[in-house]
Ligand binder design. Structure first.
Ligand code: MN
Length: 330
């Protein structure tokens, strides 16, 4: 995969004075913390920075970020068109992932900073892509430290949070991650506190969000001799739990089941519209997601599906059965 260097990124950051920082829609902490930390840093260097994310940013823990981000660029479009800031896109590497922001930013010089492998190579003028990084925040950390060694405590704290969510609080880290853990150590040195971040991520949940997991575990289908688990968030479940659907707890609970290899979670998004998330213990499900027009990582990926739930389930069961068969025969 072609990637530009940190030096190329630094050159744009130092040479330009005005930036628009965007990330993927349905942002996670890795995305928002990458955006915010980069913005904070550039502002301290005297640059003009605008933050934008198509959202939604409804999660409680995103509240401090919310007033700082534009969800739509409509109101500042004339300004963008006359000032032509450099667009920096983080935590995704194809134009469609920034959602509704794409149209208003198409003609801007674009820098892409991402750790996903399956992006669009034609998107962006400068692309710094490193799929070995557990999070985009660690790429941002390297860029910031290459410019200026001092990290604000708040920046270190947020960069660490992004790393923790994408690495499942260190659980998903693979062999060879040691260099990245040195960056993590730098963040802790600069003021990030692992126990505090863990508490922020794991505690203070609603009882309803625990009940969601209970219901999903009870209703999921056990397939392929207990190697594949398929669960569906139906319209009724969606209505009952709303924002209280804590899917990460569900994945953790099912992943821990002996023999579990792959989990698929189908979510109702509207009539004949479904979002599918795939999780895997070791087998590459990124390619499966890609074959449906989606993307993601080897062990965590997803895609959207238009059509009947019946057709989706039938196809997905077939594909996963095939994948598991191939793995068994290797
Ligand atoms: Mn990420």
């Amino acid at each position: 995969m072609k990637t530009d260097t940190i030096e190329a990124i630094l050159k744009v950051l130092t040479d330009s004075e005005n930036f628009l920082i965007a990330g993927h829609f349905q942002p996670d902490p890795d995305c928002l913390c990458s955006q915010w930390s980069l913005a904070e840093f550039l502002k301290r260097k005297g640059k003009k920075v605008t933050l934008a994310n198509a959202g939604p940013m409804t999660r409680d823990d995103f509240e401090p970020f919310r007033p700082l981000f534009y969800e739509s660029l409509e109101s500042i479009l004339p300004q963008i068109q006359s000032e032509k800031p450099v667009l920096i896109v983080v935590d995704c590497s194809s134009g469609d992932r920034i959602g509704s922001l794409q149209k208003s930013t198409e003609n801007l010089c674009t820098v892409v900073i991402d750790h996903h492998a399956n992006g669009d190579e034609n998107f962006g003028d400068i692309r710094y892509i490193d799929p070995t990084s557990p999070s985009t925040t660690l790429l941002i950390k390297r860029i910031l430290c290459a410019w200026d060694q001092s990290l604000l405590t708040a920046v270190a704290d947020n960069l660490f949070w992004g790393f923790c969510t994408d690495s499942g609080f260190f659980r998903f880290l693979q062999k060879g991650c040691a260099p990245w853990l040195r960056d993590v150590a730098d963040l802790v040195e600069a003021g990030a506190v692992p126990s505090r971040t863990y508490a922020k991520m794991m505690f203070g949940k609603s009882l309803l969000s625990r009940r969601f997991t209970a219901e999903m575990v009870r209703k999921m289908k056990v397939l392929e001799n207990g190697r594949f688990f398929l669960a569906t968030v139906t319209k009724a479940i969606e209505k009952r739990y709303g924002d209280e659907k804590d899917t990460s707890l569900f994945y953790d609970a099912v992943m821990a089941v002996k023999g579990c290899e792959i989990i698929a979670l189908i979510k109702y998004e509207g009539r004949r519209h479904y979002a599918v998330s795939l999780r895997s213990v070791r087998i590459d499900v990124g390619k499966t997601a890609l074959s449906y027009g989606g993307g993601g990582h080897k062990l965590a990926a997803g895609f959207r599906f238009k059509g009947s739930l019946f057709a989706l389930k039938r196809q997905l069961k077939q594909d996963i059965a095939c994948l598991l068969k191939k793995e068994t025969s290797l």
